[in-house]
Design a protein around this ligand. Structure first.
Ligand SMILES: [Zn+2]
Length: 227
């Protein structure tokens, strides 16, 4: 059976659709995959204390947004390899800028609240970090993932909170446990106000972790300025 016929059949039986454009398809169609791979990592700026150098794959929108939503909300496990690859590229961008490609690098996923993990059945940032580390190790880099950063207090849901409220909500929420790594990169999924990345970076720096930045998949852009 030819490719298109197979995909049409998959759609008929299980409603298989490309996460990026909705065409009948197993997994991502080649157009959407190509669109994601064509993106070049970009640096994100937020005017917040402790906000580190941050690199993401692109702006939150279009195919990228739909694929992220599929992974976050509907447990789109099929999207994780490509999202992990995009995070790996963001990490690589940071390492190049910091000239830190020779040293062992530790990826620190932003811890998810237990409720979110249970709800999704997936620890998204942890999975992205592990997928990215695997990709980077294949290029010969010494990259590991550690769960040394803990959520010591569960913040309330951030949705609907402004930047300042988010910062307050996250104060003291994260703490490092164990020996601090010399070179670390924070891994997050989508950077919005930057409050989470700032809070995590503050906790890491306080613990003596040598932080070179944060890597993510996307960042949100608000019309009339960056959020
Ligand atoms: Zn598609």
């Amino acid at each position: 059976m030819s490719g298109p016929a197979l995909h049409a059949l998959a759609d008929l039986i299980i409603g298989a659709r490309c996460a990026g454009c909705g065409r009948p398809q197993f997994g991502l169609c080649r157009h959407c995959r190509a669109a994601l791979l064509a993106m070049r990592p970009l640096e994100v700026h937020r005017h917040l204390a402790d906000f580190p150098r941050t690199v993401v794959a692109g702006e939150y929108g279009g195919v990228l947004q739909r694929v992220i939503l599929m992974a976050k909300e509907r447990g789109g496990l099929g999207q994780l390899p490509i999202l992990g690859f995009l995070v790996a590229r963001s990490v690589a961008g940071l390492l190049l800028r910091a000239d830190a490609s020779a040293a062992p690098v530790v990826l620190v996923p932003v811890p998810s609240a237990r409720s979110a993990v249970v709800e999704r059945g997936l620890d998204l940032t942890g999975t992205l970090a592990r997928t990215a580390a695997l990709r980077l190790r294949r290029t010969g880099l010494d990259v590991r993932v550690t769960a040394g950063l803990r959520l010591v207090r569960t913040p309330r849901d951030q949705a609907g909170l402004g930047r300042h409220e988010r910062l307050l909500n996250l104060q003291g929420a994260f703490a490092w446990q164990g020996r601090p790594p010399r070179i670390a990169v924070v891994v997050d999924d989508v950077v919005t106000t930057g409050a989470t990345v700032s809070a995590v970076s503050g906790a890491l720096r306080e613990a003596g972790v040598g932080l070179i930045g944060a890597a993510g998949i996307a960042h949100t852009v608000k019309r009339g300025g960056v959020r």
